[in-house]
Design a binder for this molecule. Structure first.
Ligand SMILES: NC(=O)c1ccc[n+]([C@@H]2O[C@H](COP(=O)([O-])OP(=O)(O)OC[C@H]3O[C@@H](n4cnc5c(N)ncnc54)[C@H](OP(=O)(O)O)[C@@H]3O)[C@@H](O)[C@H]2O)c1
Length: 253
């Protein structure tokens, strides 16, 4: 059985990955994970490929456990893994609760690594892993400090993993979107310091970010950055000291 696995499929970029992967054809099933089951059921009615739904919290051992058990029972051939579950909170270190601070690390880092390790044994040459990082990975970000640090982890982890399992013909692409029109902002502002970050310059559409990411993965690229503004961001983050980029961020955010 040929499958794709997509976390965070109930909205935003994860949902878009499911639609575009289904549109490409050739998959028997797409396995989708997120907490909101009704959303996943709604998506199953929208796309042509059958979805297998895992309505679970991926920060909880039972969530990942359910996916691992299904993998070992069905032993599918995974062609694509897109790890899109993730969230941010806006605000300084003392404006975000400890629970939210740790949950960002648990979901953006721990669950992403767990899903990757769970999937790799079922991937063969020609398989693609897409890890959703962010342009936040390019430098530290005051008022998004933990979020940016989790995404720096994802970027570093993905690039090194790509070298390691590239030898088996599996590619790992770190997808680094800038601001993208999804529910990300509702979550980032809720129970946080909503005004800490106000300017969301040049937002992208999720369908464009995902189309670019899938093309980059198929070309075996280790990095996918959609849009000229985000490419310029990467360029300046490479040539300027991190302290200067943080000063620019503080002036623009
Ligand atoms: N939008 C942006 O501006 C932007 C920019 C750069 C990077 N990103 C990254 O892109 C990825 C996708 O975000 P998005 O923009 O598409 O935002 P989104 O629309 O809010 O989607 C986030 C997804 O994560 C899932 N999720 C949240 N908590 C979860 C949990 N505990 N267990 C399982 N799933 C969980 C949500 O589903 P449920 O709530 O149903 O669980 C949802 O499907 C994230 O990693 C985000 O950090 C976003």
């Amino acid at each position: 059985m040929e499958i794709a696995m997509v976390t965070g499929a109930s909205s935003g970029m994860g949902k878009e990955f499911v639609k575009q992967l289904s549109g490409m054809g050739g998959l028997d099933q797409i396995w989708v994970a997120a907490r909101r089951e009704e959303r996943l059921k709604g998506l199953a009615r929208e796309v042509g490929t059958p979805l297998r739904i895992f309505a679970c919290d991926l920060t909880q051992p039972a969530g990942i456990g359910e996916v691992k058990a299904a993998l070992s029972a069905e032993r599918p051939h995974i062609r694509y893994l897109a790890n899109c579950s993730g969230f941010a909170k806006f605000g300084a270190f003392d404006a975000i609760s400890e629970a939210d601070s740790l949950a960002m690390i648990d979901l953006n880092v721990r669950a992403l690594v767990q899903m990757t390790l769970a999937a790799v044994p079922y991937m063969e040459s020609g398989g693609h892993i897409l890890e959703i990082a962010s342009t936040a990975a390019f430098q530290p970000l005051p008022d998004m400090n933990i979020y940016a640090a989790t995404k720096a982890f994802v970027l570093s982890y993905s690039r090194a993993l790509n070298r390691e399992i590239g030898k088996r013909g599996v590619t790992v692409t770190a997808v680094c979107p800038g601001w993208t029109k999804t529910e990300f902002f509702d979550v980032a502002k809720k129970d946080a310091d909503a005004g800490a970050v106000r300017n969301f310059l040049f937002p992208s559409l999720p369908q464009n970010v995902v189309a670019r990411a899938l093309k980059d993965a198929q070309k075996g690229r280790e990095l996918s950055v959609y849009g000229i503004f985000n490419k310029l961001h990467l360029f300046f983050a490479k040539i300027l000291p991190a302290s200067s980029v943080m000063t620019l961020w503080d002036a623009m955010k």
